[in-house]
Design a protein around this ligand. Structure first.
Ligand code: ADP
Length: 259
């Protein structure tokens, strides 16, 4: 009925745009992609209609994480159809478009256009898109954020000083574009020795939580550095898809993101 009324008023029914949750980090290698994939999988398990965009054009790792390597998205009238995954999360990655193992060396504007194609794909009934941004605070990120106005941003950092300083810069990027920061995630926090069980802190301890507090942002949770997470990720089995301890911190973080 509403659609009929809109038609009467001469309004067109535009396809609904999913709200975007951007996942960013100040630098690479802190686990931004791992966190993005697991938040998406955990949200799907909670019943959210969620999709995943791998905007990390310079090092797309989502096809590996989500076990969709080698898949090719189909397209209709230049609009891409996302690739289904076994975790109930349709996704698109530059890794699905480039030849495997080939470097992607686009300049800013081209990269921005390629990313737009991923975000403006035919997402069907997906209402939440988790977007794994490239690390850092470059032009591509800024353009992306300004053009697609995420509903919120999650910042991933290790507890290390340097990573935290970079994370602060990433937060500045979202602030500048008026995107609300949902909160910070501390990854690689504490390593439990598989032999003796003693917990050590290769990247320090509690830094992201303290930084979040200082800046007045929510702290979404801490993920330990574990062999399980690394091995499961490499095998295309996001820990959040399973029911063991490794997935629990991701599920807890996804719960806060969904709120
Ligand atoms: P980014 O997206 O920030 O570059 P990734 O998510 O690709 O980082 O993670 C970098 C590497 O660290 C990957 O090999 C990943 O499996 C591993 N990794 C990430 N988080 C953890 C963790 N909590 N425990 C163990 N390994 C991790």
């Amino acid at each position: 009925l509403r659609i009929a009324q809109m038609a009467e008023r001469g309004e067109t029914v535009a396809p609904k745009k999913p709200r975007i949750i951007a996942v960013g980090s100040g630098k690479g290698g802190v686990g931004k992609s791992t966190v993005s994939a697991n938040i998406a999988v955990a949200l799907a398990r909670m019943g959210v209609k969620v999709g995943l965009v791998d905007a990390d054009i310079y090092g797309p790792s989502q096809p590996r994480l989500m076990a969709s390597e080698g898949e090719r998205p189909t397209a209709k009238d230049k609009t891409l159809n996302p690739v289904p995954t076994r975790y109930g999360v349709p996704m698109l990655s530059m890794g699905h478009l480039a030849e495997p193992g080939q470097a992607i060396a686009w300049r800013g504007p081209m990269a921005g256009n390629a990313l737009a194609q991923l975000i403006e794909a035919d997402w069907g009934d997906v209402d939440t898109l988790v977007v794994d941004l490239p690390p850092g605070t470059g032009d591509v990120q800024l353009t992306m954020i300004q053009r697609f106005k995420p509903a919120g941003a999650v910042i991933v950092s290790t507890p290390q000083d340097l990573a935290l300083m970079d994370a602060t810069r990433a937060i500045g990027l979202f602030d500048k574009a008026g995107v609300p920061v949902i909160g910070m995630v501390e990854n690689m926090a504490g390593y439990a020795c598989p032999h003796c069980g003693e917990v050590s802190d290769p990247f320090g301890q509690g830094g992201a939580e303290a930084a979040a507090k200082t800046m007045g942002y929510d702290f979404l949770g801490r993920i330990p550095l574990t062999l399980n997470i690394r091995a499961a990720s490499d095998a295309g089995q996001p820990p959040a898809a399973g029911d063991d301890d490794a997935g629990a911190p991701f599920v807890a973080i996804a719960g806060k993101v969904a709120d």
